[in-house]
Ligand binder design. Structure first.
Ligand code: HEM
Ligand code: HEM
Length: 270
């Protein structure tokens, strides 16, 4: 075990951010970065409009509401963007795992060519179903395309390479991700039913399911951050020279403040 002096620990380190990451690591970061930068802010906007839509409806029952009528329309408009981005994020995440851990690492293309082609076709079919779901007008076709997109996600998620944490499904980032994607697809499929239903049954189902989706989104933030730390990164290049602080025994690093009091022991005067 190397012994580092306090001087060595505090001197300027020649350590550049990103320099120890390989190209695969950058690809691994695509969906977390997209989600943090775009999807989570969108969840806030959609939830805010959802709250106002509900307040407006309840206030309008008693009299005139001050909340403008557009809030409902805006909720649905950004809701569609949100649903699409969540499904796309899941597809990117699954594609990353399959490509790097199955196609490249396990040589799937050479070993089982038909399966590899089938996986690619399934990606194409899932993306096509999602596009058709967004374009479809009749409720029946919306239902069909939502089901097809959801099935595509589930089957792709079952492929080798995808980290599912099956036995611990209750805190699996994969299961949360697929569940929340299916809930988003369901929301798009039932938009017309929510508007048409005078008894508000579909509206209440929508509220219940999507409040649960909100909890899953929070879970995605927690389990995703955990997975970034826990899943070994496939492409990480072995750094030629690690940052000095990383080579120090963690316990020693934690005790640095104690060490400071014993300066004469670390930096010998002789
Ligand atoms: C974070 C996720 C979401 C939550 C928490 C949420 C919640 C809500 C709430 C509380 C309402 C008001 C219900 C009422 O009037 O009492 C609502 C309305 C509605 N939501 Fe969502 N929602 C979410 C996402 C979506 C998505 C993704 C879509 C579809 C693209 C959608 C479609 C609708 C529709 C069509 C209405 C009726 C709007 C109106 O009355 O004008 N929602 N939602
Ligand atoms: C709406 C939000 C999100 C959705 C729908 C989502 C979806 C998914 C899905 C379906 C997987 C596939 C499981 C796998 O291949 O291992 C996955 C993996 C992963 N996600 Fe997310 N994710 C979201 C947010 C995040 C966030 C915020 C982070 C990090 C801050 C994150 C980090 C990861 C990591 C590290 C993996 C594992 C990749 C690997 O297998 O090496 N995710 N995600």
């Amino acid at each position: 075990m190397n012994i580092y002096t306090w001087n060595a620990l505090t001197q300027h380190q020649k350590y550049l951010a990103f320099s120890t990451l390989g190209s695969q690591d950058f690809v691994a970061l695509i969906h977390p970065a997209l989600v943090v930068a775009f999807v989570f802010p969108m969840i806030g906007i959609v939830t805010n409009f959802a709250w106002q839509t509900r307040q407006r409806r309840l206030e309008s029952k008693k009299g005139k509401s001050k909340i403008p009528a557009v809030v409902g329309r805006d909720h649905v408009k950004i809701g569609k963007w949100l649903s699409t981005s969540v499904v796309v994020a899941s597809l990117i995440a699954i594609a990353y795992s399959i490509v790097y851990k199955s196609f490249i690492k396990k040589n799937l293309w050479e070993k089982n060519n038909p399966q590899a082609i089938l996986i690619i076709l399934l990606f194409v079919a899932t993306i096509a179903s999602l596009i058709l779901l967004l374009k479809a007008k009749p409720p029946l076709w919306k239902g069909i395309f939502a089901t097809m997109t959801g099935m595509g996600l589930i089957i792709l998620g079952q492929q080798d390479g995808v980290w599912r944490l099956s036995k611990e499904w209750y805190w699996s980032h994969y299961y949360y991700g697929i569940a929340v994607s299916l809930l988003m697809l369901f929301s798009i499929a039932i938009v017309d039913d929510i508007y048409r239903d005078r008894t508000n049954t579909w509206r209440n189902i929508h509220i219940g399911l999507n409040c649960f989706a909100l909890l899953l989104f929070i879970g995605q933030g927690i389990t995703g951050a955990r997975d970034l730390l826990e899943i070994p990164v496939v492409g990480k290049k072995k750094p030629k020279k690690k940052a000095i602080i990383e080579q120090v025994d963690p316990i020693k690093t934690a005790q640095l403040s104690d060490v400071l009091y014993q300066a004469p022991d670390i930096i010998p005067t002789k």
